[in-house]
Write a protein of this length. Sequence first.
Length: 234
Amino acid sequence: MRQSLNEIKNVIDKHEYTIDNIICHIMKKFNFRTICCQSGANNIKEDGYSLSEIIALMVMFPLMLLRTVNAFYKSQYEGITQMQKDVIYRLKNNENMPWRKLLYGVCKKFQQLVNPQGEIDSKSAFILDDTADIRTGRRIENISFVHDHVGGKSKKGSKLGFKKLVLGYHDGKNILPLDFSIHSEKKLKGKKRKEQYKKKCVKNSNGDKRRKECTEQKNTNGLAIASQGILMLK
């Protein structure tokens, strides 16, 4: 996430928008409830807050310059909802949540809105980019030492975290984040590795597939998600 989103804040202040109105307008424009249904995401929620309500709140976090769920519930914005943080954590930890299909659905809807004729620009291309996702806490599941090649000399080197591989689609004007995968590199050893968190996942669930991806080579998985991306945009 970017360190500063002041340019977004300036637009909101200038036009006297409210964050919740912006998000609600966008979700209505995208027909987000239908996207949730088509992705199968609605099947994991039987009662309580709807999936679209939970995700709408999560989408607001970056616009509030907040990085985590915990940061939201310690901020001045806490009063905008009666939703408890456990509701969000349960969704984030649900191994059956089809995040990948949901993201593809949003990207496909965006293309339909900005390019209803389905024209393919001569400059369109898929872009694969990897970046270090630095974390704290060596007990995080599958966390490893990764090489960070970005930043000044003092910031480069091996750090605790993951490598995030992102698939983007450039349509000639916009870049859409179609997909991503998280990868480990140099695993922790001995006692530190044994202390890492481990969760039992249902075999072949979305969470289980993500876990397996973590140990795959980035170039191998990059080709796989690029192929899937081509199919999903058709």
